[in-house]
Design a protein around this ligand. Structure first.
Ligand SMILES: *Cc1c(COP(=O)(O)O)cnc(C)c1O
Length: 474
């Protein structure tokens, strides 16, 4: 549940008292105090060894990419904004040198390497990274149903699915999902377009405009007063009673994960077109905002398969919801929620407000994710305003979390020595910050975010980026 009275000293949290936890794991103190913290996992493994634990392989990513290609003619037929890419949903990669200069001024030291922004905020259909995994899983289910009903064969032109016969067939089925907003948006819009009855269970964090947009698409929106995990639980329970209902389980789905993973091979093509080298001498550091973990986990999996040890991955979470960080750091993974440790899961980063991490991503990926960084809500807003000013790019608060990663990497001497990221190597590095959402935020709401960030920038005393170094790991 969402209640999060800090545990008292005698109370046990997963078998240990708060003192025992703090003694064993020193970063629990700043984490539970909800201050900015970073941790670079000492138990990191080489890509080949780490990937052996995942239980999925390159062939699974290729299978997902091929499925997306089969559906491309259908997507181009029904979504006009996907026509220019013939139904392939992909986002731009842009350099952000002015933002990098701003960040360096703020933190008082160089952020070595070149900073790029991956604009998943501009993905068609839902304006977020969820247009990868969420839409992929709906299409996978659609194909399974349509092929077994004889509606299509794998070699057919899937554009026939845009016709009335298909919609009539799908109207006998429903798709349900629990979401903090963006996943519901992707799955709801996609399912309703195909003709499914679509039901989205929204957590209390979900923004009103996302619910309004879904209803305008004919999606049934069920509003819950509780947090994300509870919305998922309720959605799952409702779907269990109905054999025609397919529940998309963000906390456990390997299909969602695979949908995200397709990004990496396409990114390799974008980097090549920009003449950017990625190898051991030219590392690629990718900074991903993390909620339940499926999105960043899937992208990270793809990156490790594509680039091996040349790709380094850092996850970013709000200080009020460091669920993947805590899950991996304590080794409890999905057995715990942030609330168990007295962390409230109240954050402006609605896209990341998942108190319990994924049931498989942390365990599968823990030796492949270099680091975890938490970002204060005010800091999300100041980064948002700085990006607006410096680059003219607007993204939602959740989506800015990755921007702190490059700063933390440059500050963590232990990590850099351990991974061989000396000054000269890091100067050759490419940092990609994944901007995970924002292009569909209504203008007045975006203006308000920017105003808020500007106000914080004006009022802050001292530096925000790089503030309070004593509260972070060495
Ligand atoms: C969902 C989401 C993420 C993270 O994805 P998870 O799969 O929940 O970890 C990041 N940013 C935004 C804007 C999102 O909507």
């Amino acid at each position: 549940m969402t209640s999060s009275t800090p545990p008292t000293s005698s109370e046990r949290i997963h078998g240990r008292t708060a003192e025992e936890w703090a003694g064993a794991l020193p970063l629990l103190k700043p984490l539970t105090a909800m201050t900015e913290t970073s941790w670079f996992n000492p138990d990191i493994r080489g890509a080949a060894e780490g990937l052996a634990d995942v239980g999925l392989a390159r062939a699974d990513i290729e299978d997902a990419a091929a499925r997306l290609k089969r559906f491309a003619p259908y997507l181009a037929a029904v979504f006009p904004d996907t026509r220019a890419t013939l139904g392939i949903l992909e986002s731009p990669l842009v350099a952000i040198p002015s933002m990098q200069a701003d960040m360096e001024r703020d933190c008082g030291h160089a952020v070595a390497g070149r900073l790029w922004l991956k604009l998943d905020s501009e993905l068609p259909i839902s304006g977020s990274i969820k247009a990868r995994g969420g839409i992929y899983e709906v299409l996978k289910h659609t194909e399974d149903l349509a092929v077994s009903a004889g509606l299509i064969g794998y070699d057919d032109d899937y554009a026939v699915l845009a016709g009335p016969e298909a919609a009539d067939f799908f109207s006998g089925y429903s798709v349900a999902v629990g979401s903090t907003g963006n996943l519901g948006l992707s799955i709801g819009v996609m399912s309703a377009e195909l003709g499914f009855r679509a039901v989205v269970h929204m957590s209390a964090d979900a923004r009103q405009w996302k619910k309004d947009m879904l209803r305008a698409h004919g999606v049934e929106v069920v509003e819950h007063a509780s947090d994300y995990s509870e919305a998922v639980r309720r959605g799952r329970a409702q779907a269990e009673d109905d054999p025609t209902c397919f529940f998309i389980d963000d906390e456990n789905s390997r299909n969602l994960f695979l949908g995200y993973s397709v990004a990496a091979h396409r990114l390799a093509g974008q980097l090549q077109a920009l003449d950017i080298t990625v190898d051991e001498r030219h590392p690629l550091l990718v900074h991903l905002p993390c909620g339940v973990g499926g999105g960043p986990g899937g992208v990270a999996f793809g990156l490790k398969v594509e680039f091996g040890d040349a790709a380094r991955v850092v996850f970013a979470e709000p200080t009020h919801c460091p669920s993947m960080f805590l899950g991996v750091y304590t080794g409890l993974h999905s057995a715990m929620s942030v609330q168990d440790f007295g962390i409230d899961n109240v954050t402006a980063a609605d896209g990341l407000a998942c108190g319990r991490p994924s049931g498989f991503v942390g365990r599968a990926m823990q030796h492949l994710i270099d680091g975890f960084v938490t970002v204060d809500d005010d800091h999300l807003y100041t980064l948002l305003a700085q990006l607006h000013e410096a680059e003219g790019i607007d993204i939602e608060p959740s989506s800015t979390a990755g921007l702190l990663g490059p700063v933390r990497v440059s500050e963590d001497a232990d990590y850099r020595v351990r991974l061989g990221l000396d000054d000269r190597t890091l100067a050759r590095a490419t940092h990609i910050v994944w901007a995970t959402g924002g292009s569909m935020v209504p203008r007045p709401e975006m203006n308000e975010y920017v105003r808020r960030g500007r106000e914080l920038l004006r009022n802050r005393c001292g530096r925000l980026v790089g503030a309070e170094p004593s509260k972070r790991s060495g």
